[in-house]
Write a new protein. Structure first.
Lengths: 103, 323
């Protein structure tokens, strides 16, 4: 890994370009592929409909998967608990935005 | 180095059972987890709690720590005696991405690394791990795009096998229109590929380096409130501008514009300037919220004007209150 960078690095907005496979997510989150499959089965992650046999995810699945993994590991939640926590956190975020917009 | 009282951090007695320690951890973790907590120092507190739990949940580490802790109290200067952990057997835990305190690393760092390595590298042999970081940017970075110098804290294993945090400075071109919570992906800026031969030889392998994912959030802006891809601006107008309608100068991220205030506007009226929020795809909107600013009645002229208005207008602002 380079230590100092003098040149400017460019990168794309990940969420806009990426369509991710189970393999991609598994690598980016450093977990087993089975774990990603379990996330889908429990409804933690949503598969984007694509015209192939393989599952695909939108780029925003990365943030969600990493959040789910943190909750699982740090709070010792099971999958159903993670799914519930994510739903409630999403609702909370939605309500906070509404509140901000109205204030 | 300061001695850390892990029992105090967890709020449990020194003779607490495993079940009590687990219960205390879960309670504190829910309270201070940075993803769910609203506490100000959540991140630091959560790290302390996680570190304490890492030690107290493991019978071997706890025994070693207890042995060592005799005669020490929190905050006291501390240096581990040589061979302090002789006779204890450690199993690797692994799985965390942040460095614990120097105190922890001096005691358990080296042992833990031995067990942790193999598990994580196994997902795609030959390729370096992806790294993740989070940065706080100014709103202008996404409004106009541009290079920013980012300082990241990278956990790294030093020559003694301890996990330490190193600062890394990068110049990054921020993509215009990036939204809070989105990531900039820098290909090849993650971990070096693991060595081909012995896993601990330190030499980079022949595979590709991992990627670096930078999650973006924004600092509060003095003018605009950031709500997803939309921006909100409070715009003060004079009573006559609101009542009669007017064209007023308004700041927007793209520069000053003339905004038409419709006649009969009131405080809290919301005007939408389509596409003038964060320039994402699709672009966000800019919402202008009107605020009525009253001119002060601080001289005879102003007082006369208010008095004339009172005389001319049959207006009761409290008509709806039944008084």
């Amino acid at each position: 890994m380079p230590t100092m960078q003098d040149q400017t690095l460019s990168g794309a907005i990940f969420e806009e370009s990426a369509l991710l496979t189970v393999k991609d997510l598994s690598r980016m989150c450093a977990v087993d592929e089975r774990h990603i499959v379990e996330f889908v089965e429990e409804g933690v992650l949503n598969v984007v409909e694509v015209d192939t046999a393989e599952w695909h995810f939108s780029g925003s699945a990365l943030r969600r998967a990493r959040l789910a993994l943190r909750l699982e590991r740090d709070l010792e939640l099971n999958l159903a608990g993670v799914a519930l926590a994510l739903e409630l956190m999403e609702e909370l975020q939605h309500l906070r935005r509404e509140l901000q917009a109205r204030r | 180095m300061e001695f850390k009282d892990y029992y105090k951090v967890m709020g449990v007695a020194r003779d607490a059972t495993e079940a009590q320690i687990k219960q205390a951890y879960r309670k504190l973790a829910r309270k201070y987890h940075p993803d769910v907590s609203k506490e100000k120092d959540a991140e630091a507190r959560f790290k302390d709690v996680g570190e304490a739990y890492e030690v107290l949940k493991s019978p071997e580490k706890r025994a070693a720590y207890d042995q060592l802790g005799k005669g020490h109290s929190a905050g006291q200067d501390f240096r581990p005696p040589p061979d302090w952990d002789a006779g204890f057997e450690f199993s690797g835990a692994g799985g965390r991405d942040a460095a614990f305190s120097d105190f922890f690393e001096s005691l358990f760092g080296a042992q833990r690394r031995q067990g942790a390595g193999g598990n994580r590298g196994a997902f795609r042999p030959g390729r370096g791990e992806d790294h993740h970081a989070k940065v706080l940017l100014d709103l202008e970075a996404t409004l106009h795009g541009g290079a920013r110098q980012l300082t990241l804290r990278v956990p790294e294993i030093d020559s003694d096998g301890r996990l330490a945090t190193r600062e890394r400075t990068l110049n990054v071109q921020v993509p215009k229109g990036i939204l809070p919570g989105q990531h900039i992906r820098l290909a090849g800026q993650g971990a070096r590929p693991p060595a081909d031969g012995a896993p601990d030889s330190g030499a980079p392998g022949s595979g590709a380096a991992g990627d670096l994912f930078i999650e973006v959030e924004f600092q509060p802006h003095p003018l605009y409130k950031i709500v997803g891809r939309d921006l909100y601006l409070d715009l003060p107008v004079a009573p006559w501008e609101a009542a009669l309608g007017a064209s007023v100068k308004t700041p927007t991220p793209g520069g000053t514009v003339d905004l038409k205030i419709p006649a009969g506007a009131h405080a809290g009226s919301k005007l939408r300037l389509k596409g003038r929020g964060i320039p994402s795809s699709p672009p966000g909107d800019l919402y202008v919220i009107l605020q009525i600013a009253l001119p002060p009645a601080n001289d005879d002229n102003a007082k006369a004007a208010y008095a004339a208005m009172a005389a001319a207008l049959p207006f009761s602002p409290r008509a709806n209150l039944g008084v």
